[in-house]
Design a protein around this ligand. Structure first.
Ligand SMILES: [Zn+2]
Length: 379
């Protein structure tokens, strides 16, 4: 603003522009919090810790937008939070002498609101320290989420002890198909609930905005969404555990889900919830010390898993039939085998045999000249 002036009043050669104000950032806002409280007395009611965390969140979202990550991608532009859109707030310490919030195993004890009894879904596991707390408003009530810290890092299974591996291809027909031919079918939670959701949403649109009945109906809509999310998450956890129980190494495709969602199949892709599934699978695997490998998704469907020939096929072709080596496999199973092979190649592991592939010579060993392999056996 200070540099603005009329075109005809400014010297063409040079013009003092005055002091350029320092850029507003997290630190300046942080030190101005006291001032903010004077200007807006309502802010006195809010824990200063919560205010600081909100500034930190703002800083993070600015950085996500401005600074590209390793792959050169940037996050979306931070949006202004309208009334009702900020549904959670955080505390940076719990059970600390000066902390505003404490947890005794049954109650949340806050300095201002008092004692709030909580339903404990899961007891805090032994050896963990509660670091932060976030209070979240969800459709069916208020929740508190603790972040816990445990210094013992789960140990990865040593490479030479990897005996079983599995490749996983996520798809639209089945949620996942493994390299041993196992399929995990979809449960289309979203599509199933769509009719119900549509009715609820139509009712919502007839209500007077922000009225009591509007808010009630809004809550009904939100609860349907919440149910769908929970059903999906539960299914994902079940599959993840069943895989992690049986395999020492899990290989998946490195997918650009955001990019795929922009294609005509976007709705199905988001409904499939691959992103959530792969994240859960990774978390479960890491926790149990199972190797989790992401490989390039390039041509996993087209390549023949036996001989490496490229067999082009569009989405409608469900079987892989190789004209070169006569391999006939389910399309997704073929892709899953490719994914596993790539991961094993990358890690330099050869599984001499694994379920479903006992009689075949499964691995291409193109890179074997440069890589060191360890021979492993199931038997
Ligand atoms: Zn082939």
């Amino acid at each position: 603003m200070r540099t603005r002036c009329y075109v005809d009043r400014c010297s063409i050669v040079s013009c003092p522009i005055g002091e350029i104000p320092a850029r507003v950032d997290y630190y300046s806002q942080q030190s101005e919090l006291k001032e903010t409280k004077k200007l807006f007395p309502d802010y006195k009611e809010i824990y200063s810790e919560v205010q600081q965390i909100n500034l930190q969140r703002l800083k993070k979202s600015w950085e996500r937008w401005l600074i590209p990550d390793k792959s050169g991608k940037r996050g979306g532009k931070p949006r202004f939070k309208k009334v009702g859109f900020l549904r959670s707030f955080g505390f940076s310490r719990v059970n600390h002498a000066k902390a505003a919030i404490k947890f005794d195993g049954k109650n949340i004890i806050t300095t201002r609101i008092g004692i709030i009894p909580v339903v404990v879904h899961r007891p805090i596991p032994n050896g963990f320290v509660i670091k932060t707390a976030t209070i979240i408003k969800k459709a069916d009530g208020w929740y508190v989420a603790f972040s816990l810290k445990d210094d013992s890092v789960p140990e990865l299974i040593p490479v030479e002890q990897i005996k079983t591996g599995v490749g996983i291809d996520v798809g639209l027909k089945e949620l996942a198909v493994t390299s041993s031919g196992e399929t995990f079918p979809f449960k289309r939670f979203y599509r199933n609930a769509q009719a119900q959701l549509a009715t609820s949403q139509r009712r919502l649109s007839r209500k007077q905005k922000r009225s009591k009945n509007y808010l009630k109906q809004l809550n009904r809509v939100q609860r349907i969404h919440q149910k769908i999310q929970r059903q999906r998450k539960e299914q994902h956890y079940k599959i993840a555990h069943s895989l992690v129980d049986r395999y020492d190494l899990i290989a998946v495709e490195d997918l650009n889900i955001k990019g795929l969602a922009r294609t005509p199949l976007g709705k199905s892709i988001l409904d499939a919830g691959w992103g959530g599934f792969l994240t859960i699978l990774e978390a479960v695997a890491v926790k149990r010390g199972v190797h989790f490998v992401k490989v390039s998704a390039y041509r996993t469907t087209q390549e023949c898993s036996t001989c490496g020939a490229i067999v082009p096929k569009d989405l409608s072709i469900r079987t892989h039939e190789c004209p070169k080596c006569n391999t006939v496999l389910d399309r997704d199973e073929n892709a899953a085998i490719n994914i596993l092979n790539r991961a094993l190649n990358e890690a330099g592991i050869v599984l001499s045999a694994w379920v479903g592939l006992v009689d075949r010579q499964p691995l291409k060993q193109e890179t074997s000249k440069t890589e060191k392999y360890i021979q492993l056996s199931l038997f």
